[in-house]
Design a protein around this ligand. Structure first.
Ligand SMILES: Cc1cc2nc3c(=O)[nH]c(=O)nc-3n(C[C@H](O)[C@H](O)[C@H](O)COP(=O)(O)O)c2cc1C
Length: 373
């Protein structure tokens, strides 16, 4: 099949941007930021530039404040030094013909004082069952249980909204093409959305409308910087990661979709499965949600989680998604777009080098296509 006939390579208008194909690189934490300061490096720039054949790259989660960090060595976007680090990345990506959004991240209760010296913050003082933070302690590094967080006061919630706005200004100054809000996987924004973690009795808790308020304010704040047509929002309605739970995810996330439709964001990105293998043919999203999402929201729908070329083409052909994001395949296949186009085999990633370290398992996976073409 030539690229012209292949639905994966049909150009796509994403909000304000014209993309060369329907392929995104999913956001992936790689824990290689320079210390001290959690700064993206020249190696980070090389890594993303190598993958710029994707229509859109989405950066690894980048914390909007010190207390918003949950894992050691993740790059932030709240200091001038961090902003300068990211500028190297966006320049390298743009020079390679790519586009890149920053994934703005606040982990909320999925954190630990060993990372920043503070008690983690959340909508309510409810610990995340089974959640772990990744910390450096003395000479050692490892996963530790996350403690019970402190509930943010109403004024502090507004302060966190402002931290997201400042992070968006930094992202703009760093040359990003837009931002993706990390409202998935049990982190702060999702902690506000779901009833299990949000027990507030002020304007940010209680009814579904109130639980949506934090997401609405953060989205409006970053849209005020970039324009809503350069903002995406990542959700994971049917994953219960980091202890998160809600009795009615279907209803809750359709309300989220209607909210984001009204705000005019460029895309909704659904994270459909955690990084584990799916049984063949299994769709992790309940029947009916995909069509209901399409009806509730008029922008671009991006999906991620266990996609290969065949599943990606099938969902695009069905009309229920407009773009597909690939995570692990992009770790070990920097030229994934070209391999998908040519039907070339994919290299399996080495899990041992997912998080931390240097170039090994990061920038040293070779492209296949140079040899094959
Ligand atoms: C090493 C690694 C790090 C990840 N970090 C993030 C992250 O920072 N933000 C996020 O939203 N998802 C993160 N994810 C989830 C991926 O974006 C993606 O949804 C998941 O890997 C499933 O897609 P895949 O089957 O194509 O890998 C991460 C996944 C992996 C494997």
């Amino acid at each position: 099949m030539s690229r012209t006939d292949d639905i994966l390579f049909r150009p796509h208008r994403l909000g304000a941007l014209d993309l060369k194909n329907r392929i995104a690189m999913a956001p992936m934490t790689r824990s290689r930021a320079a210390q001290p300061g959690n700064v993206a490096t020249e190696l980070t720039a090389t890594y993303y530039a190598q993958r710029s054949g994707a229509g859109l790259l989405i950066s690894e989660g980048t914390q909007v404040s010190p207390v918003g960090q949950g894992y050691a060595f993740t790059p932030g976007i709240h200091s001038a030094e961090q902003t300068a680090g990211w500028r190297r990345v966006t320049e390298a990506v743009h020079a390679s013909g790519g586009r890149i959004f920053a994934q703005l991240w606040h982990v909320g209760r999925v954190s630990h004082p060993l990372l920043h010296g503070q008690q983690p913050v959340a909508p309510s003082a409810v610990a995340a069952a089974g959640a772990k933070a990744f910390v450096v302690d003395g000479g050692g590094i490892g996963m530790v249980d996350t403690p019970t967080p402190r509930a943010l006061t109403t004024d502090e919630v507004r302060g966190v909204v402002e931290e997201f706005a400042q992070a968006a200004r930094n992202a703009r100054d760093a040359g990003f093409d837009g931002v993706e809000l990390h409202a998935a996987n049990g982190y702060l924004i999702e902690q506000f959305l779901r009833s299990e973690s949000n027990r507030r009795d002020d304007a940010y808790g209680g009814s579904v409308d109130n639980r949506l308020r934090f997401l609405a304010e953060v989205t409006e704040a970053v849209a005020g910087v970039f324009g809503a047509d350069k903002v995406g929002v990542r959700i994971s309605p049917f994953l219960e990661l980091n202890g998160i739970h809600d009795d009615d995810p279907h209803g809750l996330f359709l309300a989220v979709a209607r909210l984001l439709d009204g705000l005019g964001v460029a895309y909704i990105h659904t994270s459909e499965s955690s990084p584990m293998e799916l049984p063949p043919g299994h769709d992790p999203v309940p029947a009916g949600f995909r069509t209901a999402l399409r009806e509730a929201y008029r922008g671009t729908i991006m999906v991620a989680g266990g996609y290969d070329g065949a599943r990606a083409r099938a969902i695009l052909e069905s009309g229920l998604a407009d773009m597909v994001a690939f995570g692990r395949p992009y770790i070990s296949n920097p030229d994934l777009d070209a391999r998908l186009a040519a039907g070339l085999p994919l290299t399996e990633p080495d899990r041992a080098t997912f998080y931390g370290g240097g170039a090994q398992g990061y920038t040293d996976y070779p492209p296949l296509t140079q040899a094959a073409e």
